[in-house]
Design a protein around this ligand. Structure first.
Ligand code: F6R
Length: 238
């Protein structure tokens, strides 16, 4: 294993570790292209980052951000969409200028063209420099589902039953969309640094499988990545 493994006692410590690493990356690389997961796991880390910025420890506005993924059919006004979550949890409190944020619009008329536009954007910049990822219940990262390799930098993808079921929590228990759009595993693996986070007892089984290196799991693909850091709390990695 070439990746680094950080195991901490609590979810709050996991957030502090993640925010420390993200801030260090942003401070060192002013031209970074960063992508941040919009699930529940890293939200506390984003809160830490905003607090760090208010103490003058990092300038979060100095880099560019590209949306990791989105539910097809949903846009920034839809509660539960990735951009709605990120606007509330990070982009707005951190004061990120609009021109520094590029996201897939799940409400676009031509979603294929929209996905291609994100693909071209990432290619034109020369790829990601930092990916902050939450590990899904089935070992997905972004919407890269196990056993469904995607091409290019950004792609549309059918979502697995597990992801749709887990996704209900973002929509007050209502059904989640069946299609997603995501930065591909190739694009994420090409980032110089990546941070993969899992916390909570409900992620214990999948964390075990990831650490066992189950080859079908996108989250396990980073185990041999020298720039990857996995952060687990004791509940998911006893
Ligand atoms: C969301 C995303 C997903 C989540 C993952 C974990 O933008 O990319 O891969 O990070 O499903 O979700 P939580 O953190 O809510 O358990």
């Amino acid at each position: 294993m070439r990746a680094q493994l950080i195991r901490v006692a609590t979810e709050a410590e996991a957030a502090r570790e993640a925010s420390r690493l993200i801030a260090a990356h942003i401070n060192a690389k002013r031209d970074a292209l960063v992508t941040l997961a919009a699930g529940f796991t890293p939200l506390a880390a984003y809160q830490e980052l905003v607090a760090m910025q208010s103490r003058g420890e990092v300038d979060l506005t100095s880099v560019r951000y590209v949306g990791l993924d989105e539910w097809v059919g949903l846009g920034e006004n839809d509660e539960g969409s990735c951009i709605f979550t990120m606007n509330g949890a990070f982009y707005q409190p951190a004061g990120i200028p609009k021109e520094n944020i590029r996201v897939f619009d799940g409400t676009a008329k031509d979603i294929c063209a929209e996905a291609q536009a994100i693909n071209a954007y990432v290619e034109a910049i020369g790829g990601l420099s930092l990916a902050v990822l939450g590990i899904g219940m089935n070992g997905h990262v972004g919407f890269n589902e196990p056993g469904n390799p995607l091409e290019g930098q950004f792609s549309l993808t059918p979502l697995s039953a597990v992801t749709q079921a887990a996704g209900r929590k973002y929509f007050f228990g209502n059904a989640a969309p069946k299609t997603g759009a995501t930065l591909t595993l190739n694009a994420l693996m090409a980032a110089k640094h990546s941070i993969l986070i899992a916390t909570g007892a409900h992620k214990r089984e999948i964390t075990k499988a990831v650490l066992a290196g189950e080859s079908s799991l996108p989250a396990a693909a980073f185990l041999n990545h020298p720039g990857a850091v996995y952060i687990f709390d004791a509940a998911c990695c006893p």
